[in-house]
Ligand binder design. Structure first.
Ligand code: GLU
Length: 447
């Protein structure tokens, strides 16, 4: 039987042939919600899919800034306001040289379903600039952030659009952005999340994404009657997500034995534990974005320049770096290592064919939209804290986060059961995320 989703995938291919990342996520999501489209023809008839595939708005602007030598530069800044059916647009800002509308559309599209899975009132958006923060001085970063928000502030607000961080945008950048926003608007509000705790930020927001990933992994293992206790883990990246993930894994009795950076990977059979996890922060603050210095500092560890860590044998793999980090050849290595569990920490870190290969070979795959939703969920708690002019304790935050992650896995299990998907958690997450958005869109009429 012809699939309903094919027409939409074909249309996106024709219309946006130069946005491969967007196409990749559209293909993955639409293919997996096919059983819902078959069961609910009204979603197609009422134009929900056509509307879901077009951002409500894309703002594109110039970001002029001057470097420390007085030389002028111009970057391109964007905000993709993808879907506001469930609440104000919510999603991070990414500063990286490869940022262009196709990357932000992929991230914004994923964000719609991720935010829906959290059960919180947040729509989907994403933004950023093709600016490379690596090697820039603090003063340059500040001038860039100020220039960026001097345009962006016109389109954001607590009930309108609430950006946070993403790759290249951490607490420091959000601080500069918020400071200039406040100067321009005279408002001390919760528009930006990921702020420092002195600035209305949420206790635990930095760890939230990683902690959430591990809570999700714990639930996934529980589904198989298994636990994290004593498991060996390979991760990629050493940013906030990897840092929080490694910390929580240690707390729950698992051990990270390898992690990677753009320069290669580190194998540390004794375990990346305690102060070694915190050393991620020093690596990042060095501004060089390399993991090699770890092996000099901790002599038990070995550095493999230019290589990826997926050949290292472990029980669980958690890519926490970038999109499309894990290709088919890596999926083959992971399967050959005899692994049973794979949880995506970064956004779309696995190519579609690699996900398919893992699943076909009996690896349980926890998709990013679900597994890393703890970050944005805590951003929403930050919005709520700011709107109420109160402060949540770390205990409040982590208890709420844990509840949200447990509930996300439960929604996936329910969708898998309802649509007879076995343990295809990727499809289950897409279906559960889609369900809430589709209902909200239908209810709001043809807008
Ligand atoms: N950038 C994170 C994500 O991919 C967080 C977004 C947010 O907190 O708004 O979900």
């Amino acid at each position: 039987m012809a699939r309903i989703c094919d027409r939409f995938i074909e249309e996106v291919k024709q219309r946006y042939p130069y946005e491969p990342e967007f196409l990749q996520t559209v293909e993955e999501v639409l293919t997996s919600i096919e059983p819902v489209l078959q069961a609910h023809p009204e979603y197609v008839e009422s134009g929900i899919i056509d509307r879901l595939l077009e951002p409500e708005r894309i703002i594109s602007f110039r970001v002029p800034w001057v470097d420390d030598q007085g030389k002028p530069h111009v970057n391109r800044g964007y905000r993709v306001q993808f879907n506001s059916a469930l609440g104000p647009y919510k999603g991070g800002l990414r500063f990286a040289p490869n940022v262009y509308p196709g990357i932000l559309k992929f991230l914004g599209f994923e964000q719609i379903f991720k935010n829906s899975l959290t059960g919180l009132p947040i729509g989907g958006g994403k933004g950023g600039a093709d600016f490379d923060p690596n090697g820039k001085s603090d003063a340059e970063i500040m001038r860039f952030c100020q220039s960026f928000v001097t345009e962006l502030y016109k389109y954001v607000g607590p009930n309108e659009d609430d950006p946070a961080g993403d790759l290249g945008v951490g607490g420091r950048e959000i601080g500069y952005i918020m400071g200039q926003y406040k100067r321009l608007t005279n408002q001390y509000d919760g528009t930006f999340s990921g702020k420092g705790t002195e600035n209305g930020g949420l206790a635990g927001r930095t760890e939230a994404t990683g902690y959430g990933i591990v809570f999700f992994a714990r639930e996934m293992l529980k589904h198989y009657g298994d636990t994290l206790e004593g498991k060996t883990v390979v991760i990629s990246g050493f940013g906030n997500v990897a840092w929080g993930t490694a910390q929580k894994l240690e707390q729950l009795g698992a051990k990270v034995i390898a992690f990677s950076g753009p320069d290669g990977y580190i194998l540390d059979e004794d375990g990346v534990l305690g102060e070694k996890v915190d050393y991620f922060l020093d690596l990042r603050n060095s501004g060089k974005n390399i993991c090699a210095p770890y092996a000099e500092k901790f002599p038990g560890a070995k550095f493999f320049p230019g290589e990826k860590p997926w050949g290292v044998k472990a029980d669980l793999y958690i890519p926490c770096a970038m999109q499309n980090d894990v290709h088919l050849e890596h999926a083959k290595q992971i399967v050959a290592n005899g692994c049973k569990y794979y949880v995506e920490g970064a956004n779309m870190p696995t190519t579609n064919e690699a996900v398919e290969y893992l699943q076909k070979h009996g690896v349980a795959v926890g998709p990013a939209k679900a597994a890393n939703a703890g970050g944005v969920a805590c951003s929403c708690l930050e919005m709520s804290q700011n709107a109420q002019h109160i402060v949540f304790t770390p205990e409040d935050v982590f208890a709420q986060l844990e509840g949200i992650m447990v509930n996300i896995f439960k929604q996936i299990e329910d969708a898998c059961k309802q649509y007879d998907l076995g343990d295809n958690f990727v499809a289950g997450a897409n279906i559960a995320g889609f369900d809430r958005v589709a209902k909200a869109m239908k209810w709001q009429g043809f807008v």
